[in-house]
Write a protein that binds this ligand. Structure first.
Ligand code: SF4
Length: 304
């Protein structure tokens, strides 16, 4: 429960508009009680900052709490970045003892400085090419960030210089793609974002971070937390049902099948999965016989 002495508005960086008080109190209650809440209001009411304020009012002094903010588009992520910057400044001005570290994540392939030289096809091919580049020791961006661990350590260790970059970024504002890419000449921007996220109180990312099982497991492992330990904020949640239904399904068009057929050999060599070539042929044949059936079902010429 919210203690009577704690006024959620002490975190609020603006003069509240009508109804924002209620939204802040509602969000604070939801996060305090670790339950599910819904906030629906017109554009311009200021829902984003109200809910973030409610979260900090409720959970600021819970040292292990992490908030994962899920958005549908990049521009929505930017709105959260801007409001969290305001909250961070407010916390400093008010001498709150809580450090508001924030990282806005993007996928590895969007920030890789050597992507064009990796000769990969699609996302899976890129991840595989990235792993090979690292494993072979050729990715200087990765190995400038990590040193090879000793046998006792078992895994690569973050270098002192990279740790200082992470600390400076977290101290000086919300960490996002643009700020991480300032170091792209020497360091892997994705590894910077990943380490900043580990040290952050708030992580911003797309819906898939929670609603795609493989991505969720990988994110939580990287953050070193369990699902029940995180708080969630889902922006524009009215889109959620269709997104969740689509998240684990795939839609394939005629153009996709043609592209797969043209790149059949590189797909097999990049993934190392030999039966994918036969799967592509099967898809192509099924697609073509489907078109033949449609023709037999009655092709009609439209009158001009
Ligand atoms: S480790 Fe980073 S810089 Fe290296 S290939 Fe992968 S994404 Fe690119």
């Amino acid at each position: 429960m919210i203690s009577e002495s704690s006024d959620p508005r002490v975190w609020f960086p603006y003069t509240p508009r009508p109804h924002q008080d209620e939204a802040i109190t509602h969000a604070a209650r939801v996060y305090s009680q670790k339950t599910v809440g819904l906030l629906s209001a017109d554009c311009g009411v200021g829902k984003t900052i109200a809910v973030l304020t409610g979260y900090f009012a409720a959970r600021a002094h819970d040292a292990v709490s992490k908030l994962i903010v899920l958005t549908r588009t990049h521009s929505q992520s930017e709105v959260f970045e801007a409001e969290l910057d305001q909250l961070k400044s407010r916390a400093v001005r008010m001498n709150h003892s809580v450090d508001i570290a924030v990282t806005s994540m993007v996928a590895r392939m969007h920030v890789c400085p050597v992507r064009s030289s990796l000769d990969s096809v699609g996302r899976t091919g890129f991840l595989r090419a990235c792993a090979m580049h690292v494993k072979s020791g050729r990715c200087s961006h990765f190995w400038n960030f990590y040193s090879r661990g000793t046998r006792e350590e078992g895994r690569p260790q973050i270098r002192e210089g990279a740790r200082m970059v992470v600390e400076e970024l977290l101290r000086s504002g919300v960490v996002n793609r643009l700020r991480a890419e300032e170091y792209r000449d020497d360091l892997c921007p994705y590894e910077i974002l990943r380490w900043c996220a580990r040290e952050s109180r708030v992580i911003i990312g797309p819906y898939s971070y929670m609603f795609k099982e493989r991505v969720r497991k990988s994110l939580l492992a990287s953050l070193g937390v369990q699902l029940h330990e995180v708080d969630l904020l889902v922006d524009e949640a009215h889109n959620l049902s269709s997104h969740v239904l689509d998240a684990e399904s795939a839609r394939i068009s005629g153009n996709d099948i043609e592209w797969l057929r043209q790149n059949r050999a590189s797909i097999v060599s990049e993934t190392g999965v030999s039966w994918l070539g036969e799967a592509v042929d099967f898809l192509w044949e099924t697609f073509m016989s489907g078109i033949d059936d449609m023709r037999r079902g009655g092709e009609r010429q439209l009158q001009k």
